[in-house]
Design a protein around this ligand. Structure first.
Ligand code: ADE
Ligand code: ZN
Length: 350
C-alpha cells in the first residue's frame, strides 16, 4: 500500500471504531461560519467580518490566548435556537466520526453573565441531544462546568439557579466539571462547591494538569473527589501520581490536537499519550474544542496514531477505555463494548 492509501485505510478504521467522546466543550464546536451567521442574526458585533479573518485569529500561544477568543465566539449565542443549532451540528459531525456516546461540557456562566437565561441554555442543548438520540441513535450526557477564573460564590449561585431544572433534564445532566484558566485557580478553590455537588449525587470531573502542575491532578482527586481527570498530561511530572493513576485506573480525557494548538506540547511526536497508555493508564482520546483546534475526534485519533505509531489494537484499546470511562450505566456500556469487540474481530489482523 502507498503511504496515502495506508492513511486512508487507517482513517476508515478509526472512523468506524465505536467510541465515546468524553471531553468536549460544546461552545468549542462553534465553527466560524456559524459564529458569523449568528452574529449577523443576533446583531452581535465582532471584530471579524469574514470566515477567513476569524480563522486567521486561531493561532494560540497558551490556554488564555485561546480562552479570550473562545468567550468572544460564544457571545453570539442568545436564543434557544442558537444552542440547539450548535449542539445539533456537533452531534451530526460526531455521529459521522463513529461516536456512539458523547458527554458534553457546557459553561452556563459564560451565558448567564451576558444575561442569557439558564433555561434557554439547557433547553436548546437538550432539544438537540434528545433529537439526536431519536434520529441518529447517538446518546449524550451533559457536564455542567464551572468557570474556575470566577469565584466560589458565583459557582454556588449558578448551581442554585440551575437546580430547579434538574428534574426536567435528569436524563441528560449527570455530571459537574471545572474548566477555564487553570493556573492560579487550584482545585481547592472549589472544594466546597464540589462537596455539595457530590451530596446532590452528581458524577464529578475536573480539568487538571493541562497547564497546571501535577499537584492539581492529585488535588482534583483528593480535594474534589473527581472520578475522571480532563487532560492530566502533566501527571508524568510526579511518578508516584502516575503509579496511582494506573493502579486506580483513573480515566484521563486527553486531547492531542488541543495540547498541540495551546503549546502544551511542542510537537505531536513528543506527546506522552502513547507512553501513558503503554504504562497501563486509562487514557482516552477526545477533541476538546474541535472548531478551534483543527480537528474532530477522528482527526485526534489519527494525529496521535501517525505521530506516535499507535497500533490498531492500541486504537481499539483507546476506544474501549472511552466507553468504560463514560458515565453510562453498565448495561449500556456492555452493549457498546460488544459492538466494539465485534468490529475489532473483523477489522484487526488475527
Ligand atoms: N474551556 C474550553 N476548553 C478548555 C480547555 N482546553 N481548558 C480549560 N478550559 C477550557
Ligand atoms: Zn477542555
Amino acid at each position: 500500500m502507498t503511504h496515502a492509501s495506508l492513511d486512508s485505510s487507517l482513517q476508515e478504521f478509526v472512523r468506524a471504531l465505536p467510541k465515546a467522546e468524553l471531553h468536549l466543550h460544546i461552545e468549542g464546536t462553534l465553527e466560524p461560519e456559524l459564529i458569523l451567521e449568528l452574529a449577523d442574526r443576533n446583531k452581535v458585533s465582532l471584530p471579524y467580518s469574514s470566515v477567513a479573518q476569524l480563522r486567521q485569529a486561531y493561532s494560540f500561544t497558551d490556554l488564555q490566548s485561546f480562552l479570550d477568543l473562545y468567550y468572544a465566539g460564544a457571545s453570539v449565542l442568545l436564543t434557544e435556537h442558537d444552542f440547539y443549532a450548535m449542539t445539533m451540528a456537533y452531534l451530526r459531525r460526531a455521529h459521522q466520526d463513529g461516536v456512539v456516546h458523547a458527554e458534553l461540557m457546557f459553561d452556563p456562566q459564560t451565558h448567564t453573565q451576558r444575561g442569557v437565561p439558564i433555561e434557554t441554555v439547557f433547553a436548546g442543548i437538550a432539544r438537540a441531544l434528545r433529537e439526536a438520540r431519536a434520529t441518529l441513535g447517538i446518546t449524550g450526557y451533559l457536564i455542567f462546568s464551572f468557570l474556575r477564573h470566577l469565584s466560589e460564590e458565583e459557582a454556588f449561585r449558578t448551581l442554585e439557579e440551575a437546580l430547579p431544572l434538574r428534574e426536567q433534564y435528569q436524563d441528560l445532566w449527570v455530571a459537574i466539571g471545572l474548566d477555564s484558566a487553570e493556573r492560579g485557580n487550584p482545585p481547592e478553590k472549589f472544594a466546597r462547591v464540589y462537596a455539595r455537588c457530590k451530596d446532590l449525587g452528581f458524577r464529578l470531573v475536573a480539568h487538571a494538569g493541562e497547564e497546571g502542575p501535577a499537584t492539581y491532578v492529585r488535588d482534583a482527586l483528593d480535594k474534589l473527589h473527581v472520578e475522571r481527570i480532563d487532560h492530566g498530561v502533566r501527571s508524568e511530572e510526579d511518578p508516584e501520581l502516575v503509579e496511582r493513576l494506573a493502579a486506580e485506573q483513573i480515566p484521563l480525557t486527553v486531547c492531542p490536537l488541543s495540547n498541540l494548538k495551546l503549546c502544551v506540547v511542542d510537537d505531536m511526536a513528543q506527546h506522552n499519550l502513547a507512553r501513558m497508555l503503554r504504562q497501563g493508564l486509562k487514557v482516552t482520546i477526545n477533541s476538546d474544542d474541535p472548531a478551534y483546534f483543527g480537528g474532530y475526534i477522528v482527526d485526534n485519533y489519527l494525529a496521535a496514531a501517525l505521530s506516535l505509531s499507535l497500533s490498531r489494537a492500541e486504537l481499539g484499546q483507546l476506544a474501549r477505555n472511552s466507553i468504560e470511562a463514560s458515565f453510562l450505566p453498565a448495561p449500556s456500556q456492555q452493549a457498546m463494548l460488544a459492538r466494539l469487540d465485534s468490529y475489532l474481530q473483523t477489522a484487526l489482523p488475527a
